[in-house]
Every structure is written in structure tokens, then in C-alpha cells.
Design a protein around this ligand. Structure first.
Ligand SMILES: [Zn+2]
Length: 191
């Protein structure tokens, strides 16, 4: 039991472009029959979600049976998020690394650096500030969305939350990337 989720984050989309890119992605998914057009707030954990469409099976991995999509479809929504958000699978230690000097920080060895970074993410999320953060090793300051995103989390202005579906296929993820013109990060988990 429990609720499976798959989060798709698009870290390279700017805050200014996120609403337009999100609307285009939604229209494309509806056109492809992957989601229904009608918004349903009951199906996506309180977000404005859209239930699976008539051809959703084209988006998922063949033979993949994770989630409840074949059963309780009215709770299996897909929500497009077009604002600042932290995507996380809530598993494992928090860690991050600097793309400039390759310094790596994790919760067990670098508690202070990690706390500062988490506080910066919260500030970025909760306020309208640009949310820049300086590396504890090289000192270079950059926007919160420009840090390496190789942990089980990513901050992004555009993303997708999919509840209780089987996993998306690699082919379909590649199609989403082509559609958006940006790479995406795929985060999976279960509550
Ligand atoms: Zn650095």
C-alpha cells in the first residue's frame, strides 16, 4: 500500500518562462491523450491535477505495474507546477556539490554548510528573492537553481508531479525533453 510518486523537474527553465512552458506541456499532454483536459483537485494531492487520458499507456514503461492506475484512476493525477519548488523523494541524506570547484557537502560531514543551503532553498521558495547561494569552498555565488542536481532532490521553476502511476518510459521521458527543449530530472518514490 502507500502512494507512489514520480516527479519530473526541469531545472533549466527560468521563472519567467515557466508558466508558458508549463501551459505548452499541458496542452501537448492533453493532445497526446496522456492526460484529460479537465482539472481535478482531488486527484493530485491538492494540486490542480489532471487524470490520466485515454492513451496514458503510451507514456508508461511496458509491463510496469507500479501504482494504482489500473484500479483507482480518480486519484491518479498529474499536476504541472509552474512556480518555485523543491522536488525531493525524502530518502537518503541531503547532499549537494559545487559545479565549479567540485566541493561536495553532505549532512553527516558538513552539517553547517547543508543547513545554510537548505535555508537558502526555503528562502528562495517562500520569498520573491533571487535566492543566490555561495559555495563554502570556492566562495562563488550563484542562483539556487544553478547548483549541481545529482542528489535525490532538485529545485526548479517547472515540474510535474505524477501520483500513483506506473513509471514513465525512458522513451516518453525523452519525448518530454524534446518537447520542452531542456533536460529533465526524474525523481521517484513512495509515501
Ligand atoms: Zn565551489
Amino acid at each position: 500500500m502507500g502512494t507512489y510518486f514520480e516527479f519530473i523537474a526541469v531545472p533549466d527553465v527560468t521563472e519567467a518562462d515557466a508558466p508558458r512552458k508549463g501551459a505548452e506541456l499541458t496542452q501537448w499532454l492533453v493532445r497526446e491523450g496522456i492526460i484529460c483536459e479537465a482539472i481535478n483537485t482531488e486527484c493530485a494531492m491538492g494540486d490542480e491535477g489532471q487524470p490520466p487520458g485515454p492513451r496514458y499507456v503510451e507514456a508508461i514503461e511496458e509491463g510496469e505495474s507500479r501504482g494504482n492506475l489500473y484500479g483507482v484512476t480518480d486519484q491518479c493525477g498529474l499536476a504541472i507546477i509552474t512556480s518555485r519548488h523543491l522536488y525531493h523523494n525524502w530518502v537518503g541524506d541531503f547532499e549537494y556539490s559545487c559545479t565549479l570547484c567540485n566541493a561536495r557537502f553532505d549532512d553527516s560531514a558538513d552539517e553547517d554548510a547543508c543547513r545554510l543551503y537548505k535555508d537558502s532553498i526555503l528562502d528562495w521558495h517562500d520569498s520573491g528573492t533571487p535566492g543566490s547561494f555561495a559555495c563554502a569552498q570556492c566562495g562563488v555565488e550563484r542562483s539556487i537553481v544553478e547548483w549541481q542536481r545529482d542528489g535525490p532532490w532538485v529545485v526548479a521553476n517547472l515540474g510535474m508531479k505524477i501520483w500513483d502511476w506506473p513509471l514513465l518510459s525512458k522513451t516518453f521521458i525523452a519525448r518530454i525533453e524534446r518537447q520542452l527543449g531542456h533536460p529533465i530530472r526524474d525523481i521517484q518514490g513512495k509515501f
